[in-house]
Design a protein around this ligand. Structure first.
Ligand code: HEM
Length: 313
């Protein structure tokens, strides 16, 4: 990989584009697993505890690194390692989120606002003391609409945003050796579009007969496509379904709403100060407040204090 001048994030985007093509891996692209890495790095955020989230790259440490929900993300991390090795000035947290937004756009999706400034926890102990490496916060595909509202509600998302974000299942596939589920959602899983919503509404989905977890299937042009129980919840629940219908009918609307919701996702808990760097010291914890008693932030920066940003792993 090439060395890029410090602070040249467009240069890093170009480096990410170079590793997107991965013949022999899945559908030939690292794009979908980069999107999932950015989402899982960010989706641990808790509005109440004000911890988790992409800042800190806590997924490098247990328990987040061994959370079964994150199985397979080592592929994404490993595809990006040469870029990080050639450019140690960029934090893992910035690189993972930038890889997600770069991949979405390269696969035909919308441009998503992205800002640098995330820091990396320098050790497992640093991450743990802020509960920045929490496991067991990501959604379970075997569950229902209530579960989705509970998990995404913790991050501050509405029904509309939950549906928009779920449209990322236009990309990639399930792997039986990772989640237990199997197969892609759409025929062309490396092209970002609103196909997922169209298929949800127009196909007849039936429960797959196999010895794996409950999932739904249909065959399109000889390809077996799948839906998770949580995907089906988007058309079973009337409030979600309204948005599935809107996004199936209007790809521009989907792209616009997806870009907003994904842009918000990768910013969750990233509290920049006037130096533009997001610090990792949890003010509430530093003051000795029990984290379960911390109120949702009402503005201002709940993380204060300094941490050496360029700490090596
Ligand atoms: C709504 C709740 C969600 C559930 C229950 C869920 C569940 C899953 C599961 C079980 C897989 C398969 C993992 C594997 O076997 O490799 C998967 C893959 C994926 N998910 Fe989700 N997900 C959800 C939301 C999201 C969101 C919000 C995004 C991004 C905005 C996203 C992006 C992806 C992508 C791109 C893949 C494909 C990864 C690959 O091809 O390796 N998902 N998801």
């Amino acid at each position: 990989m090439s060395k890029v001048n410090e602070g040249d994030y467009n240069g890093i985007r170009e480096e990410i584009k170079k590793v997107l093509k991965q013949p022999g891996y899945d559908d030939g692209s690292a794009g979908p697993v980069f999107v999932r890495l950015a989402w899982h790095a960010s989706g641990t955020f808790s509005l109440v505890e004000h911890n988790g989230g992409s800042n800190g790259a806590g997924m490098r440490f247990e328990p987040e690194s061994v959370d079964p929900a994150n199985a397979g993300l080592t592929h994404a991390i490993n595809f990006l390692l040469p870029i990080q090795a050639a450019n140690p000035w960029i934090s893992h947290a910035d690189l993972w989120t930038l890889a997600g937004v770069t991949a979405i756009q390269a696969m035909g999706g919308p441009e998503i606002p992205w800002q640098p400034g995330r820091s990396d926890y320098e050790s497992k102990e640093a991450a743990t003391s802020h509960r920045g490496n929490v496991g067991d916060r990501l959604p379970d595909g075997a569950k229902d609409a209530d579960h989705l509202r509970q998990v995404f509600g913790r991050m501050g998302y509405s029904d509309q945003e939950i549906v928009a974000l779920s449209g990322a299942h236009n990309l990639g596939r399930c792997h039986a050796d990772r989640s237990g589920f199997d197969g892609p959602w759409v025929v062309n899983p490396t092209r970002f579009s609103n196909q997922y919503f169209k298929l949800l509404l127009t196909r007849k989905w039936k429960v797959r007969e196999w010895d794996g977890p409950k999932q739904y299937e249909t065959i399109v042009a000889g390809t077996r496509l799948m839906m998770l129980p949580t995907d089906m919840a988007l058309i079973e629940d009337p409030k979600f379904k309204v948005w599935v219908e809107k996004y199936a009918a209007d790809q521009n609307l989907f792209f616009k709403d997806f870009a907003l919701a994904f842009g918000k996702l990768i910013e969750l808990g990233v509290d920049r100060d006037d130096t533009r760097f997001a610090k990792l010291v949890n003010k509430a914890a530093a003051e000795g407040k029990p984290l379960d008693k911390v109120s949702p932030p009402s503005g201002g920066c709940p993380f204060a204090g300094a941490l050496k940003r360029d700490a090596k792993l």
